[in-house]
Design a protein around this ligand. Structure first.
Ligand SMILES: Nc1nc2c(ncn2[C@@H]2O[C@H](COP(=O)(O)OP(=O)(O)OP(=O)(O)O)[C@@H](O)[C@H]2O)c(=O)[nH]1
Ligand SMILES: [Mg+2]
Length: 317
């Protein structure tokens, strides 16, 4: 049975506070996208400015031209003459464009839900696991963590600290094999009636083929503990990565079959357009949803991705 809906957020994590951080991050382009629409006429110059601003925000050429075409059509059809109304139309069009990436992260249909986390070095994997443990626990889920990053003792320690903060158990081995840690964790998760088992892994570049092979092995060994697992294979990407994120997604997807993304550090990036590029690249292929976005370093700084909210933040007035 699906777990109950999450409780209302506390005042300290009101949507306005994290949306504010998201907006502030996304507006670091010097000139904000929303700012383009203030006190100007609706003419070709506005569309040109908008095109550059979207490119600067790393929206990519394909998504930028899709969005601009849709906006021009809308402006013409609806005979929009007011710049603020154009901004609002863009928010709507961008929200619709991003919706392909929106999908709720469902916990409780299988137990334990085994979640494998991968990504390049420093993307925010371990931090996101810590935040996610907090979020899922708040929804009533029993969570177990696996310190699959066995390369560095400090990495293990970092996850153990997140475990302490959340009061959840962390399965770890001294210098052991990461696939073995993951295997133990899935078995322990089942034996202890856990709802979610999250497996951290060491950072790696898609070009480090032996490390990509190791990731495949971790996936295979998890399936030996539970043939249906891992149920979720998440790639954590740094929101500052820009267009390179597309090749990261492709490489990790080919290696381990991704089911979703976590996009971090959106509180400090001017590259929010990247998600529009990801959405454009998802057209006609299996989209890999963005389950969560990271908007800070704190335990509560993880939010579900909501296309309309993101569009509003990116094109804030
Ligand atoms: N501002 C901000 N910082 C973040 C966010 N997510 C992670 N970080 C920071 O990014 C840094 C790296 O985070 P980690 O969680 O250690 O990244 P990792 O992917 O586990 O790194 P490796 O295990 O070394 O590959 C830390 O300083 C985090 O606090 C976020 O959403 N916003
Ligand atoms: Mg880590």
């Amino acid at each position: 049975m699906p777990l109950e809906a999450p409780p209302e957020p506390a005042a300290s994590v009101s949507p306005s506070s994290w949306l504010g951080r998201l907006r502030k991050g996304l507006s670091r382009t010097g000139q904000t996208i929303g700012g383009l629409f203030v006190g100007v006429r609706v003419d070709e110059a506005l569309f040109e400015e908008l095109e550059s601003a979207l490119i600067v925000a790393d929206t990519g050429v394909a998504a930028t031209s899709m969005l601009l075409d849709a906006l021009r059509t809308r402006v013409k059809q609806d005979k929009i003459e007011d710049a603020e109304a154009v901004r609002q139309a863009l928010v709507q069009i961008l929200g619709d464009h991003l919706r392909v990436l929106e999908k709720p992260f469902v916990v409780g249909q299988v137990t334990p839900l085994v979640v494998m986390i991968a990504g390049v070095n420093g993307a925010g994997k371990t931090t996101s696991i810590g935040k996610l443990a907090f979020t899922l626990q708040k929804q009533g889920a029993k969570v177990l963590l696996a310190a699959g990053d066995t390369f560095r003792a400090a990495a293990r320690q970092q996850l153990v600290e997140w475990g302490d903060r959340n009061n959840v158990t962390v399965i770890a081995q001294d210098g052991g094999d990461s696939a073995a840690v993951a295997f133990d964790a899935v078995n322990a998760g089942r034996a202890r009636g856990m709802d979610v088992v999250m497996v951290d892994t060491a950072g790696r570049l898609p070009t480090q083929l032996h490390l990509m092979d190791e990731l495949k092995k971790i996936r295979r060994v998890i399936a030996k503990a539970d043939p249906q697992a891992p149920h979720e294979v998440l790639l954590v990407v740094d929101g500052n990565t820009g267009q390179n994120v597309l090749s990261q997604i492709k490489a990790f997807d080919e290696a381990i079959g991704l089911t979703g993304l976590i996009v971090t550090k959106l509180d400090g990036t001017a590259k929010g357009g990247t998600l529009a590029a990801v959405a454009a690249a998802s057209r006609g292929v299996r989209p890999i949803p963005v389950y969560w976005i990271g908007v800070g370093e704190g335990i509560e700084d993880l939010q579900p991705f909501v296309a309309d909210e993101f569009a509003r933040a990116l094109v804030a007035d």
